[in-house]
Write a protein that binds this ligand. Structure first.
Ligand SMILES: *Cc1c(COP(=O)(O)O)cnc(C)c1O
Length: 369
């Protein structure tokens, strides 16, 4: 399979070189005009007032938690079926962490189980939820928002994988008071390094996150009103993203087509295919499938790998069973759906430029079992 990022790069090479050269000429490598331009354009794209760019998706989550004042007296509730960064930021700020199992159809945090957890825990301390839009599919924010409002807890969207996705016509990033995304190269909207962004309509949140982003600055650089981070987005990465934005809408639509094609090609396979509920649009960061069991998965992946078809496992170990979180006291069996899916899930090649022939090869390889 041809590296799709090369195809993408060829498509925008002239524009990107022009923008990169412009940065080299003006020399404002930190917080140059491209950073502001990208923030304005992406805020408009997402449909919010403000965008605060930063150095990674992890730092976007960190800034959002810091804006909510998360610290050692806080509790953060999230899904165990995600990338470590989602929960890591809460741990770094000293917060307690509670995991809630996923919905078996969407793989996102299960609103019923969240409500059950909140009902039992009756949070007396400062509590928030981080919902993850796994593989590009928005979580059920309709229900999550109303449950969080009922129990007086805040909610943050980890949209690292879902930039370009939608829920009832609203773009990811706009689905909670502060939404976060990542520009890591492998995400749907990736740069050529690390980068991330927070989105919000709340002016106060924007101001606080901009301060935290640059060492807790006050009115000027050498006035420090809080303890913060060095978490800026590089001007060069902003320039690269501005180029990629020109074709992003088209790429999101291409991913929809690729997903539809897989759905057709794999209908008769013995895999469970991803479901996109009515009213949702996935950014299709990944096309994930569930095998019948661990053995079945390994048989299929061996066949795919023999054909040089990449088929990684996201995620092989749910967070509550990670060594890093052993102090939280979870054990095997405590979050059964995440644990079961970790044994059965794997990923098929998904990008805007994959050809029908390549998809047919994938499906044929899977059929031959
Ligand atoms: C990638 C990812 C992050 C972290 O983003 P980085 O830019 O790599 O720091 C956070 N959450 C989820 C769900 C991710 O997939």
């Amino acid at each position: 399979m041809k590296n799709w990022m090369t195809i993408q790069q060829e498509r925008i090479a002239d524009d990107m070189k022009r923008r990169i050269n412009k940065v080299l000429e003006h020399g404002q490598y930190i917080m140059g005009p491209e950073v502001k331009e990208l923030e304005e354009k992406l805020a408009y794209y997402v449909g919010v007032e403000h965008a605060v760019s930063c150095s990674s998706g992890t730092d976007a989550l960190m800034l959002a938690l810091m804006a909510y004042g998360v610290g050692p007296k806080s509790t953060i509730i999230t899904t165990p079926f995600t990338f470590i960064a989602t929960a890591e930021v809460a741990a770094l700020l000293g917060a307690d962490i509670m995991f809630v199992d996923i919905d078996p159809v969407t793989f996102n945090i299960d609103p019923d189980k969240l409500e059950h957890t909140l009902e039992i825990a009756r949070p007396e301390v400062h509590t928030g939820v981080i919902a993850v839009d796994l593989f590009g599919l928005p979580a059920d924010y309709e229900r999550l928002r109303s449950i969080c409002a009922k129990y007086g807890v805040f909610i943050i969207e980890d949209g690292a994988q879902s930039f370009g996705g939608e829920l009832l016509g609203d773009k990811t990033g706009s689905l909670t008071v502060i939404g976060c995304t990542s520009f890591f190269p492998a995400k749907p909207f990736g740069c050529y390094g690390d980068g991330g962004m927070c989105f919000t309509n709340a002016r106060a949140a924007k101001d606080v996150m901009e301060s935290f982003r640059v060492h807790g600055k006050g009115k000027y650089k050498y006035e420090n009103v809080r303890v913060g981070l060095n978490a800026r987005l590089d001007t060069l990465q902003a320039a690269i993203l501005l180029s990629k934005l020109e074709i992003f809408h088209d790429e999101v639509e291409k991913r929809q087509e690729v997903a539809k094609t897989y759905n057709v090609l794999l209908t008769d396979s013995d895999l469970t295919l991803p479901t996109v509920p009515e009213g949702y649009k996935s950014a299709w960061a990944q096309y994930s499938v569930l095998a019948e069991n661990e053995h079945h998965r390994e048989k299929l992946r061996e066949k795919l790998m023999l054909q040089d078809i990449p088929c990684p496992i996201y995620y092989p170990k749910p967070l509550h069973l990670q060594e890093a979180f052993k102090d939280l006291g979870y054990s095997k069996g405590s979050l059964p759906i995440s644990e079961d899916y970790a044994k059965r899930i794997f990923i098929l090649p998904m990008n805007p430029y994959i050809t029908l022939e390549e998809q047919v090869k994938v499906s044929k390889t899977i059929e031959r079992t």
